[in-house]
Design a protein around this ligand. Structure first.
Ligand code: C5P
Length: 287
Protein backbone atom coordinates (compact mmCIF):
# COMPACT_ATOMS: atom_id res chain seq x y z
CA UNK A 1 0.00 0.00 0.00
CA UNK A 2 1.34 3.44 -0.95
CA UNK A 3 1.76 6.18 1.65
CA UNK A 4 1.59 9.87 0.68
CA UNK A 5 3.13 12.58 2.85
CA UNK A 6 2.90 16.35 2.39
CA UNK A 7 6.15 18.32 2.85
CA UNK A 8 5.39 21.98 3.51
CA UNK A 9 7.63 25.03 3.04
CA UNK A 10 8.76 27.21 5.93
CA UNK A 11 9.39 30.91 6.32
CA UNK A 12 11.61 32.54 8.95
CA UNK A 13 9.66 35.34 10.63
CA UNK A 14 12.59 36.27 12.83
CA UNK A 15 16.20 35.14 12.63
CA UNK A 16 18.95 36.16 15.05
CA UNK A 17 22.55 35.03 14.80
CA UNK A 18 23.88 34.71 18.33
CA UNK A 19 27.47 33.74 17.49
CA UNK A 20 29.83 31.44 15.65
CA UNK A 21 30.52 28.01 17.17
CA UNK A 22 33.69 25.96 17.26
CA UNK A 23 32.13 23.36 14.92
CA UNK A 24 31.77 26.02 12.17
CA UNK A 25 27.98 26.38 12.54
CA UNK A 26 26.24 29.49 13.84
CA UNK A 27 24.23 29.62 17.02
CA UNK A 28 20.74 30.78 16.04
CA UNK A 29 17.48 31.90 17.51
CA UNK A 30 14.78 31.84 14.87
CA UNK A 31 10.99 31.73 14.66
CA UNK A 32 9.86 29.52 11.80
CA UNK A 33 6.37 28.89 10.47
CA UNK A 34 4.99 26.51 7.85
CA UNK A 35 2.95 27.81 4.92
CA UNK A 36 0.53 25.95 2.65
CA UNK A 37 2.95 25.48 -0.24
CA UNK A 38 4.06 21.86 -0.40
CA UNK A 39 5.84 19.02 -2.15
CA UNK A 40 4.16 15.59 -2.11
CA UNK A 41 6.05 12.36 -1.54
CA UNK A 42 4.66 8.95 -2.34
CA UNK A 43 6.25 5.88 -0.72
CA UNK A 44 5.90 2.27 -1.87
CA UNK A 45 7.62 -0.79 -0.48
CA UNK A 46 10.54 -2.53 -2.23
CA UNK A 47 11.78 -5.88 -1.04
CA UNK A 48 15.22 -5.56 -2.69
CA UNK A 49 16.43 -3.11 -0.03
CA UNK A 50 17.08 -0.27 -2.52
CA UNK A 51 15.94 3.31 -2.06
CA UNK A 52 14.91 4.66 -5.44
CA UNK A 53 13.93 8.31 -5.83
CA UNK A 54 11.93 9.55 -8.84
CA UNK A 55 11.52 13.32 -8.95
CA UNK A 56 9.10 15.40 -11.03
CA UNK A 57 11.81 18.07 -11.26
CA UNK A 58 15.11 17.50 -13.03
CA UNK A 59 16.66 20.31 -10.95
CA UNK A 60 17.09 18.03 -7.92
CA UNK A 61 19.50 15.06 -7.78
CA UNK A 62 17.97 11.58 -7.40
CA UNK A 63 21.06 10.02 -5.82
CA UNK A 64 22.68 10.17 -2.37
CA UNK A 65 23.10 13.96 -2.59
CA UNK A 66 19.34 14.34 -2.11
CA UNK A 67 18.27 14.66 1.55
CA UNK A 68 15.41 12.22 0.84
CA UNK A 69 17.87 9.45 0.00
CA UNK A 70 20.11 10.47 2.93
CA UNK A 71 17.14 10.18 5.31
CA UNK A 72 16.23 6.73 3.96
CA UNK A 73 19.79 5.40 4.19
CA UNK A 74 20.17 6.78 7.72
CA UNK A 75 16.99 5.00 8.89
CA UNK A 76 18.08 1.75 7.22
CA UNK A 77 21.50 1.87 8.90
CA UNK A 78 20.22 2.94 12.32
CA UNK A 79 17.46 0.32 12.57
CA UNK A 80 18.96 -2.49 10.42
CA UNK A 81 16.09 -2.21 7.95
CA UNK A 82 16.43 -4.68 5.07
CA UNK A 83 13.38 -3.39 3.15
CA UNK A 84 13.66 -0.57 0.61
CA UNK A 85 11.33 1.99 -0.94
CA UNK A 86 10.44 3.70 -4.18
CA UNK A 87 9.86 7.37 -3.41
CA UNK A 88 8.09 9.61 -5.94
CA UNK A 89 8.63 13.32 -5.33
CA UNK A 90 6.21 15.89 -6.74
CA UNK A 91 8.28 19.08 -6.37
CA UNK A 92 6.37 22.36 -5.90
CA UNK A 93 8.51 24.27 -3.36
CA UNK A 94 11.08 26.44 -5.16
CA UNK A 95 14.58 24.96 -4.96
CA UNK A 96 17.49 26.66 -3.09
CA UNK A 97 15.04 29.29 -1.99
CA UNK A 98 15.40 29.66 1.80
CA UNK A 99 12.14 27.77 2.39
CA UNK A 100 13.62 24.46 3.58
CA UNK A 101 12.21 22.49 0.62
CA UNK A 102 14.97 19.86 0.84
CA UNK A 103 14.77 19.67 4.64
CA UNK A 104 10.99 19.31 4.53
CA UNK A 105 11.31 16.51 1.97
CA UNK A 106 13.75 14.78 4.36
CA UNK A 107 11.32 15.19 7.28
CA UNK A 108 8.46 13.81 5.15
CA UNK A 109 10.70 10.85 4.28
CA UNK A 110 11.29 10.12 7.97
CA UNK A 111 7.50 10.20 8.53
CA UNK A 112 6.74 8.13 5.42
CA UNK A 113 9.36 5.43 5.98
CA UNK A 114 8.52 5.27 9.70
CA UNK A 115 5.04 4.13 8.58
CA UNK A 116 6.08 2.05 5.56
CA UNK A 117 8.72 0.09 7.49
CA UNK A 118 6.63 -0.01 10.72
CA UNK A 119 9.42 1.43 12.86
CA UNK A 120 7.05 3.00 15.42
CA UNK A 121 9.38 5.92 16.11
CA UNK A 122 7.97 8.87 18.07
CA UNK A 123 7.91 12.44 16.75
CA UNK A 124 10.77 13.36 19.10
CA UNK A 125 12.86 10.43 17.86
CA UNK A 126 12.22 11.40 14.23
CA UNK A 127 13.22 15.01 15.01
CA UNK A 128 16.44 13.85 16.66
CA UNK A 129 17.34 11.75 13.62
CA UNK A 130 16.38 14.71 11.40
CA UNK A 131 18.99 16.92 13.11
CA UNK A 132 21.70 14.61 11.74
CA UNK A 133 20.50 15.26 8.19
CA UNK A 134 20.30 19.08 8.33
CA UNK A 135 19.73 21.99 10.71
CA UNK A 136 16.11 22.66 9.59
CA UNK A 137 14.93 19.04 9.41
CA UNK A 138 13.85 18.78 13.08
CA UNK A 139 11.50 21.76 12.74
CA UNK A 140 10.09 20.24 9.55
CA UNK A 141 9.36 16.99 11.41
CA UNK A 142 7.10 18.90 13.87
CA UNK A 143 5.76 21.61 11.50
CA UNK A 144 3.50 24.43 12.68
CA UNK A 145 5.15 27.42 14.30
CA UNK A 146 8.21 27.20 16.57
CA UNK A 147 11.12 28.96 18.18
CA UNK A 148 14.29 27.16 17.05
CA UNK A 149 17.65 27.38 18.82
CA UNK A 150 21.10 25.83 18.58
CA UNK A 151 21.91 25.17 14.89
CA UNK A 152 18.14 25.42 14.47
CA UNK A 153 17.42 21.89 15.75
CA UNK A 154 16.19 22.67 19.29
CA UNK A 155 12.47 23.22 18.92
CA UNK A 156 9.96 25.00 21.17
CA UNK A 157 6.44 24.86 19.69
CA UNK A 158 4.50 28.14 19.51
CA UNK A 159 0.79 28.91 19.07
CA UNK A 160 -0.90 30.01 15.82
CA UNK A 161 -0.02 33.32 14.22
CA UNK A 162 -2.57 36.14 13.97
CA UNK A 163 -4.70 35.65 10.81
CA UNK A 164 -3.04 37.15 7.72
CA UNK A 165 -2.03 36.48 4.11
CA UNK A 166 1.43 35.94 2.70
CA UNK A 167 2.72 36.57 -0.81
CA UNK A 168 6.13 35.09 -1.43
CA UNK A 169 8.38 35.40 -4.44
CA UNK A 170 11.65 33.80 -5.42
CA UNK A 171 13.88 35.79 -7.75
CA UNK A 172 15.58 33.74 -10.47
CA UNK A 173 18.87 33.40 -8.61
CA UNK A 174 20.30 30.70 -6.36
CA UNK A 175 21.92 31.47 -3.05
CA UNK A 176 24.28 29.15 -1.18
CA UNK A 177 23.47 28.77 2.53
CA UNK A 178 27.14 28.23 3.28
CA UNK A 179 28.13 31.39 1.38
CA UNK A 180 25.65 33.62 3.23
CA UNK A 181 26.70 32.29 6.65
CA UNK A 182 30.40 32.60 5.82
CA UNK A 183 30.06 36.34 5.10
CA UNK A 184 28.45 37.22 8.43
CA UNK A 185 30.21 39.72 10.65
CA UNK A 186 28.92 38.11 13.82
CA UNK A 187 30.27 40.74 16.21
CA UNK A 188 28.37 43.56 14.48
CA UNK A 189 24.98 41.98 15.13
CA UNK A 190 22.88 42.88 18.14
CA UNK A 191 19.33 42.29 16.99
CA UNK A 192 16.61 40.60 19.02
CA UNK A 193 13.98 39.90 16.41
CA UNK A 194 13.01 36.50 17.84
CA UNK A 195 12.26 37.81 21.33
CA UNK A 196 10.04 40.52 19.89
CA UNK A 197 8.34 37.98 17.62
CA UNK A 198 7.72 35.68 20.57
CA UNK A 199 6.01 38.53 22.46
CA UNK A 200 3.93 39.40 19.38
CA UNK A 201 2.80 35.80 18.86
CA UNK A 202 1.93 35.43 22.55
CA UNK A 203 -0.22 38.57 22.43
CA UNK A 204 -1.79 37.53 19.10
CA UNK A 205 -1.40 41.09 17.80
CA UNK A 206 -1.05 41.33 13.99
CA UNK A 207 0.59 44.77 14.00
CA UNK A 208 3.07 43.77 16.70
CA UNK A 209 3.93 40.71 14.59
CA UNK A 210 4.65 42.67 11.41
CA UNK A 211 6.75 45.16 13.43
CA UNK A 212 8.82 42.30 14.84
CA UNK A 213 9.81 40.74 11.49
CA UNK A 214 13.60 40.72 11.07
CA UNK A 215 16.44 38.61 9.68
CA UNK A 216 20.14 39.10 10.51
CA UNK A 217 21.10 37.43 7.22
CA UNK A 218 19.22 39.97 5.12
CA UNK A 219 21.68 42.90 4.99
CA UNK A 220 24.40 40.88 3.26
CA UNK A 221 21.99 39.46 0.67
CA UNK A 222 20.31 42.80 -0.02
CA UNK A 223 23.71 44.30 -0.75
CA UNK A 224 25.01 41.37 -2.79
CA UNK A 225 21.91 40.56 -4.87
CA UNK A 226 20.13 43.43 -6.64
CA UNK A 227 17.25 41.02 -7.42
CA UNK A 228 16.45 40.60 -3.72
CA UNK A 229 16.50 44.30 -2.87
CA UNK A 230 14.43 45.12 -5.97
CA UNK A 231 11.80 42.57 -4.98
CA UNK A 232 11.69 43.89 -1.42
CA UNK A 233 11.24 47.48 -2.62
CA UNK A 234 8.48 46.48 -5.06
CA UNK A 235 6.54 44.62 -2.35
CA UNK A 236 6.81 47.72 -0.13
CA UNK A 237 5.72 50.02 -2.96
CA UNK A 238 2.68 47.81 -3.68
CA UNK A 239 1.46 48.21 -0.08
CA UNK A 240 2.76 45.26 1.98
CA UNK A 241 2.53 45.73 5.75
CA UNK A 242 5.96 44.11 6.14
CA UNK A 243 8.49 42.42 3.83
CA UNK A 244 11.34 40.09 4.76
CA UNK A 245 13.82 37.70 3.17
CA UNK A 246 13.33 34.14 4.46
CA UNK A 247 16.33 32.26 5.90
CA UNK A 248 19.38 32.63 3.69
CA UNK A 249 17.13 33.77 0.81
CA UNK A 250 16.60 34.55 -1.96
CA UNK A 251 12.84 34.19 -1.30
CA UNK A 252 11.20 37.39 -0.09
CA UNK A 253 7.77 37.38 1.51
CA UNK A 254 5.22 40.10 2.21
CA UNK A 255 2.50 40.05 4.85
CA UNK A 256 -0.92 41.71 4.56
CA UNK A 257 -4.11 41.43 6.54
CA UNK A 258 -6.68 40.91 3.80
CA UNK A 259 -7.09 38.55 0.86
CA UNK A 260 -7.88 41.50 -1.38
CA UNK A 261 -4.52 43.15 -0.65
CA UNK A 262 -2.73 39.83 -1.07
CA UNK A 263 -4.28 39.38 -4.53
CA UNK A 264 -3.16 42.89 -5.50
CA UNK A 265 0.39 42.15 -4.37
CA UNK A 266 0.36 38.77 -6.12
CA UNK A 267 -0.78 40.29 -9.42
CA UNK A 268 1.67 43.18 -9.23
CA UNK A 269 4.74 41.08 -8.44
CA UNK A 270 3.74 38.39 -10.98
CA UNK A 271 4.25 41.09 -13.61
CA UNK A 272 8.03 40.81 -13.29
CA UNK A 273 8.73 37.64 -11.25
CA UNK A 274 7.82 34.12 -12.44
CA UNK A 275 7.89 32.32 -9.10
CA UNK A 276 5.17 33.95 -6.96
CA UNK A 277 2.78 32.25 -4.51
CA UNK A 278 -0.10 33.49 -2.39
CA UNK A 279 -0.23 31.39 0.78
CA UNK A 280 -1.35 31.26 4.41
CA UNK A 281 0.45 30.16 7.54
CA UNK A 282 -0.54 26.68 8.72
CA UNK A 283 -1.98 26.09 12.16
CA UNK A 284 0.22 24.07 14.54
CA UNK A 285 -0.99 20.44 14.65
CA UNK A 286 -0.68 20.18 18.41
CA UNK A 287 -2.49 23.32 19.54
O1 C5P B 1 22.74 22.06 8.50
P1 C5P B 1 22.77 22.33 7.04
O2 C5P B 1 23.48 21.27 6.27
O3 C5P B 1 21.43 22.64 6.47
O4 C5P B 1 23.64 23.68 6.87
C1 C5P B 1 24.24 24.05 5.65
C2 C5P B 1 25.40 25.03 5.90
O5 C5P B 1 24.88 26.25 6.45
C3 C5P B 1 26.39 24.56 6.96
O6 C5P B 1 27.41 23.78 6.39
C4 C5P B 1 26.92 25.87 7.52
O7 C5P B 1 27.92 26.40 6.66
C5 C5P B 1 25.73 26.79 7.44
N1 C5P B 1 24.99 26.89 8.73
C6 C5P B 1 25.53 27.59 9.78
N2 C5P B 1 24.84 27.67 10.97
C7 C5P B 1 23.63 27.08 11.11
C8 C5P B 1 23.05 26.36 10.04
C9 C5P B 1 23.75 26.28 8.86
O8 C5P B 1 26.63 28.15 9.68
N3 C5P B 1 22.99 27.19 12.28
Amino acid sequence: MDITVKATAKLNLALDILGKRDDGYHELETVMAMVDLADYLDFSLRLDGNIKLESSSNAVPEDGRNLIVKAGLLLQRRFQVTKGATIKLDKKIPISAGMAGGSSDAAATLHGLNQLWELNLSLDELAEIGAEIGSDVSFCVYGGVAMCNGRGEKITPLPSLPPCWVVLAKPAISVSTRDVFSHLEVNDIQHQHSEKMLAAISSGDYYQMVEALGNDLEDYSLEKYAEISYLKKQFEAFGADAVLMSGTGPTVFAIVKTEKKAKRLYNSVSGFCKNVHMVRFLKPQFE
